[in-house]
Design a protein around this ligand. Structure first.
Ligand SMILES: *[C@@H]1O[C@H](CO)[C@@H](O)[C@H](O)[C@H]1NC(C)=O
Length: 305
């Protein structure tokens, strides 16, 4: 089969630039962020956080990371455990500010290090596909006795990691205008796990809540990132990506109407991919003028095939 090496080399030349293009670039989100934080003070005592917010920590940097990963975290306390290994416990107080008057430093060995909000590099935004407003939501009300959604939780209530998770579930739902987060954790904290009630329409009605006998048991959040209604945007993301592809390759496929966007968009993207590939192939071919390199490439290809 004399023709094989020829096709193989052509195929290889087409594959190489693709491989080159898809060489993974380091993504900042894959690595743990590196954080620094400034020491505010050292204490002997401070009110301990809720049960869910004291975690074993292998050192101060992990403690800063932990704070960074649980917004809103305005300060964090590292309680030194073992001075030889540097391990300890990390105390988190989501949503609270440091209250100097609540602590004491009257002891020989202040083992609590209070740090300001950490500054982190490479923390990225883990909220891919969701709207930023869900990351650090602020409750429009903290109440008790608010009724379940109209379908009595048949399809509108879910388990949720925290209020922010609840709100991002709401943002992903087809219709969700506000949520009530019911913490089911020892501290009644919206920053820990609970049940998420999603209201498909309407707005929070303050008159439907009852007075709390103790601390609030429900936290209400408005959905700031509702899904666009299906009628107003057919496949908007595909339309915008095809627009990018079109402009970069001067594809002449223009004027696709809203109703035909999906098919035309996909074709344009495919065209764009081909155009880029063949253009790069040509330049790679020019660079691969060394006969030895071509021969090696062909041998390699035959080895694979
Ligand atoms: C809320 O839960 C999500 C999903 O588990 C998590 O990624 C996020 O860090 C949590 N946020 C807080 C403030 O604990």
């Amino acid at each position: 089969m004399q023709i094989t090496p020829f096709w193989a080399s052509i195929a290889l030349l087409r594959v190489l630039p693709v491989l080159a293009q898809t060489t993974p670039t380091p993504t900042p989100t894959s690595a743990a962020p590196s954080c620094t934080a400034s020491l505010v003070t050292s204490l002997c005592s401070y009110p301990t956080p809720g049960l869910d917010f004291a975690v074993a920590s292998d050192g101060k940097p992990s403690c800063w990371n932990y704070c960074n990963a649980h917004p809103p975290c305005n300060f964090v306390i590292f309680a030194a455990g073992n001075p030889l290994t540097g391990t300890g416990t990390c105390w988190l107080y989501p949503g609270e500010s440091f209250d100097a008057s609540a602590g004491s430093s009257d002891c020989a060995n202040p083992y609590l290090s209070v740090y300001d909000q950490p500054v982190c590099r490479g923390s990225g935004t883990p909220t891919s596909g969701s709207c930023a407003a869900t990351a650090t939501p602020s409750a429009v009300a903290s109440v008790c006795g608010y009724p379940t959604p109209p379908d009595d939780c048949f399809s509108t209530c879910t388990a949720s990691e925290n209020a922010s998770d609840c709100l991002s579930q709401c943002a992903k739902a087809d219709s969700c205008s506000y949520v009530v987060f019911n913490p089911h954790n020892p501290d009644n904290s919206p920053y820990s796990s609970g049940t998420c009630w999603m209201y498909p329409s309407g707005t929070y009605d303050a008159r439907a809540a009852t007075t709390c006998s103790g601390p609030p048991e429900q936290f209400v959040y408005k959905n700031e990132c509702p899904k666009p209604s299906p009628s107003s945007s057919p496949a908007s993301s595909s339309a915008s990506s095809s627009a990018t592809a079109r402009s970069s390759t001067e594809t002449t496929k223009t004027g696709s109407t809203a109703s035909g966007t999906v098919g035309a968009g996909t074709a344009a993207v495919a065209d764009a991919a081909l155009a880029t590939t063949s253009k790069t192939s040509a330049s790679t071919a020019l660079r691969l003028t060394n006969p030895l390199a071509i021969y090696m490439a062909v041998l390699l290809w035959q080895g694979i095939a």
